[in-house]
Design a protein around this ligand. Sequence first.
Ligand code: NAD
Length: 370
Amino acid sequence: MSRPIALDVAVPSEDLSYTVRVGAGLLDGIGGLLTRELPRARRVRVISDDNVWPLHGETLEASLVSAGLDVSVQTISPGERSKTPAQLLELVSGALAAGLSRHDVVVALGGGVVGDIAGLTAALFMRGIPVVQCPTSLLAQVDASVGGKVAVDLPEGKNLLGAFHFPRAVVIDPTVLQTLPDDELGCGLAEMLKHGALFSTEHWQELLDHSEAIYDRDPDVLGRLVATSVALKAACVSRDPLEMAGAGKGRVLLNLGHTVGHAIEQASKFELKHGQCVGLGLIATARISARRGLAGAELEDIVVHALRRLRLPIDLERWLRPPVVTDVDAALRHDKKREKSTVTYIGLRELGEPVVESLRVDEILGLLRG
Ligand SMILES: NC(=O)c1ccc[n+]([C@@H]2O[C@H](COP(=O)([O-])OP(=O)(O)OC[C@H]3O[C@@H](n4cnc5c(N)ncnc54)[C@H](O)[C@@H]3O)[C@@H](O)[C@H]2O)c1
């Protein structure tokens, strides 16, 4: 097995940094890591979900206990439906009942849902205690666990009650992906392709070259690719930790593929998963970029080829036909990034060359349908 990779993520505006470690078997050593990082912590509140805890909880718990930590666990039902204010309050109350003090720590063991709600629990508990993220879905490993955004949803929309709460450490063990279903793996791959499309054609190509090994869950290949994707996202986040930078410089770029992707996700009534929709959003980006004269027509073929190779859906046309296109249109008009009737749209000149554009919402479908 390869040695673990450690990446430092700087948050200059907050004068802090944290380390993301990627390596097979890291969960077995998390107790030692935690006592080194947080020497005053005595109690650990693990937050996980009912799928992940039975699969990977024992390894984590055994390591924490053997490091002399007092461990308690609270699990939530899997899925987005648990990302609610009511669930958040239950987690805060749970941490109180478990006797956590402000020197103690929350450990998030799960996908992006667990990472987001556990992170917000830690942000709010006694005005903020440390959180260590142990992401177990590929999407959470390459995206949700890095960057410090934590949130729950409101009836009015996703992630509307949240904060920035940077993790004290992120521990990524690619062996946990053995138990992740293929479609969930695909969702993470779509976000990794997005990182490649934005910042690195080499990363894009490596993903394609290793698609078999990825689906075989080869921990060395996955570890290396995850570390690259995290490094690409982390560099972007470090330039703009609080999402304040002007057009073209910061986190706004990470919305590549998301404007149309979100609209399809909603129109599909969540039949398609988020990452699958981001993949379709990447096709949309290529087509819109070509039709606006930014990119060549071949960009769309390049994107479709990549999605096919990574076993992701490619049927964008299905969402551009009546009757469902009406729902896509309605969802686009409610895009939260919409300012008056325009959206900030990330286009591509080619792979590795994003551009930030302002597009009228009513132009998007016209451009896509040609
Ligand atoms: N904070 C951020 O910057 C950020 C970025 C992207 C996404 N997100 C959030 O992340 C969430 C989506 O994350 P997700 O795709 O991980 O969803 P998720 O947490 O619902 O996980 C997907 C499914 O996989 C299961 N699972 C996770 N790890 C597993 C494993 N190792 N083995 C078996 N099953 C496993 C989960 O139980 C769940 O059923 C959304 O709520 C989204 O808003 C946050």
